[in-house]
Design a protein around this ligand. Structure first.
Ligand code: HEC
Length: 125
């Protein structure tokens, strides 16, 4: 009787261990780590920000729909249109990008880049 109980216990322990391993590895599989950007690295408008707009925004935001995010127009439209200000978290460009309707239109990394670019002074660099 006792021996059976022991076997049962060992079996239970084994199941717990296997479940834990499966649990952790599946957790690993589905856990998602956002790509991090070093906020001290300079973010360049032409090389890093404009491509985000050209790929994701300027199909809608052109000559008619403000802000005009086409290459060559976007910097003026954003700065003169009052879409960027400090702190970047409060600027309309950023709040729009993280808002529910616009959020799917850019990746988290792109949003981070835009925020860092604004907080670095929104330079036309
Ligand atoms: C499918 C079309 C579409 C795309 C793509 C799009 N937008 Fe928009 N956007 C709109 C529309 C429509 C509005 C006005 C309604 C609103 O405020 O949501 C708008 C509003 C905005 C506003 C506020 C404008 C204002 O003066 O109130 C900003 C800023 C903005 N978009 C930025 C972006 C950025 C940045 C991207 C790319 C990551 C983007 N949008 C992609 C359609 C689009």
């Amino acid at each position: 009787m006792n021996q059976r109980l022991n076997m049962l216990r060992q079996l239970l322990a084994a199941i717990v261990v296997v479940a834990a391993i499966v649990g952790f590895s599946s957790c690993e599989k589905y856990s998602w780590m956002p790509e991090k950007i070093n906020p001290t690295d300079s973010v360049h408008f032409q090389a890093e920000i404009q491509p985000i707009f050209s790929a994701n925004c300027s199909s809608c935001h052109g000559a008619i729909k403000a802000p005009d995010l086409r290459d060559g127009h976007s910097y003026k439209a954003l700065t003169e249109g009052g879409y960027v200000n400090l702190p970047g978290e409060t600027s309309e460009l950023y709040t729009k990008m993280i808002g529910t309707d616009h959020s799917p239109r850019s990746s988290d990394v792109d949003k981070q880049k835009v925020l860092i670019w604004i907080n670095q002074g929104a330079h036309n660099n």
